[in-house]
Design a protein around this ligand. Structure first.
Ligand SMILES: *Cc1c(COP(=O)(O)O)cnc(C)c1O
Length: 423
């Protein structure tokens, strides 16, 4: 007898807090019981009850080719047979670093870590160590992982005052973190070590950078000698082959990567010029380390994904995602709901509203649309029709290379019915 999603989640809740290892998976914000995944293939995931969904979660962007791509599976299998971790330099980490450096202009060196959180946390330490300054500035509604100093999250007055946004984060830990509204270039002073930004904000649903915003940050950082950090954990090697720098033509001082570069296994990376990275141990005074950093299985998967994506692949992905976004927006509108689907390259957000709205340009505007309760209903209508979106209205939709017209058509059909049921 097979156990139901309900039964698995009940079992999970006994031994795992809230039944999940990352809070958004819990369905808290949409209600109901999460499906427990058994397997994935391309654009699809299948749960313990045998239900198959078209998957727009795609591990929140960690999957670019789709699930269980044969080349990635083969790379992991052949690597696994040779041993999975050694505590010594390996060829795979060199190959992944070379693949990254080859694609991003100005990126000369990277240090590999095991998650996006670690990448950004280490990048901030590097920036502080290199500039010998303490303060960093982040933007309201941007997510940079769960390290203490960066858990000053969006929007609330508490966040604006630099107070901790999570229990257990001390005021001291966030005392040097300033928060500013997205899409307004802040005036900096010489106490600022670094400005940290998602070049496309993709954790408050999708908020595109206004024209001039990223260029303005670059100029303002240069004016006071602060470093500009692009958190490209989502945009890196997804927005374009060279990431946000290629897409927007703005060069940061430090890049942070994650998600895509692990090919579905845990990897993060941060990097910049050789000179800047020479501040890191063992060359310099900024300490940073990791037992599983540059793990052979993960680098094998990551290199395989990177090599599978040429310039044409990004055009294919972007074209497909953009067409899907326009079709989805239209079909929802034709069926009694208002949808705004902002896009940047292959990234797409989904804001639902009871009446005509324009795309949000900052967290305060995004929150109004994300918190209006429509997503919760729409999400379940879609899920019941075999379409899996992220169980939270602040997430974006991830289209992989495995999504094609069959999946999009099925999604649009479900969206028409779901919009009617939601409106
Ligand atoms: C996911 C994400 C992170 C954190 O990465 P993890 O691998 O979950 O630790 C950091 N920054 C951005 C922009 C992200 O989307």
């Amino acid at each position: 007898m097979t156990m139901t999603n309900e039964a698995w989640f009940d079992r999970a809740k006994i031994v795992i807090p809230g039944g999940v290892d990352s809070p958004v998976r819990s369905f808290r914000s949409v209600g109901g019981t999460p499906y427990t995944v058994v397997s994935g293939s391309g654009a699809y995931v299948t749960d313990v009850e045998g239900t198959t969904y078209v998957d727009y979660v795609q591990s929140y962007g960690a999957s670019l080719l789709g699930h269980a791509h044969p080349d990635v599976v083969a790379a992991i299998q052949s690597r696994a047979a040779l041993g999975t971790t050694f505590g010594a330099p390996t060829q795979g980490e060199v190959e992944l670093a070379e693949a990254m450096v080859a694609r991003v202009t100005g990126l000369e060196q990277v240090r590999l870590v095991s998650s996006g959180t670690e990448a950004v946390m280490s990048a901030v330490r590097l920036a502080r160590g290199a500039t010998k300054r303490s303060k960093i500035l982040k933007f309201d509604g941007c997510y940079h992982g769960h390290s203490d100093a960066l858990l000053v999250a969006g929007g609330s007055g508490v966040a604006q005052m630099g107070l901790p946004d999570s229990a257990g984060v001390t005021a001291g830990a966030v005392g040097d973190t300033l928060v500013a509204p997205y899409n307004v270039v802040p005036t900096l002073d010489e106490s600022i070590a670094a400005v940290l930004v998602e070049p496309v904000a993709a954790n408050m649903n999708l908020v595109a950078p206004a024209p001039g915003f990223l260029a303005g940050l670059r100029a303002e950082c240069d004016r006071v000698g602060a470093l500009l950090i692009f958190d490209e954990v989502i945009t890196g090697f997804r927005l374009a082959r060279g990431g946000a720098e290629e897409y927007f033509g703005i060069t940061p001082d430090i890049w942070c990567f994650g998600k895509v570069i692990g090919g579905g296994l845990p990897v993060g990376a941060f990097g910049g010029s050789r000179e800047l990275l020479s501040n890191l141990a063992p060359l310099g005074p900024v300490y940073q380390a990791g037992t599983l950093s540059g793990n052979p299985l993960a680098t094998a998967a990551g290199v395989t994904v990177m090599n599978a994506m040429d310039t044409a692949s990004y055009v294919v992905l972007t074209t497909a995602a953009q067409k899907f976004a326009r079709d989805l927006e239209a079909v929802i509108r034709e069926n009694g709901l208002y949808a705004v689907i902002p896009t940047q390259g292959p990234l797409l957000g989904l804001f639902l509203a009871p009446s005509e709205v324009s795309a949000p340009s900052n967290f305060d505007e995004a929150k109004v649309l994300c918190d209006n309760g429509l997503y919760r209903k729409f999400f379940h209508e879609m899920l019941s029709r075999g379409i899996a979106m992220a169980p939270g209205s602040y997430e974006i939709m991830f289209v992989s290379m495995a999504h094609g017209s069959r999946e999009f058509d099925r999604t649009l059909q479900a969206a028409a019915e779901s919009a009617r049921a939601t409106a």
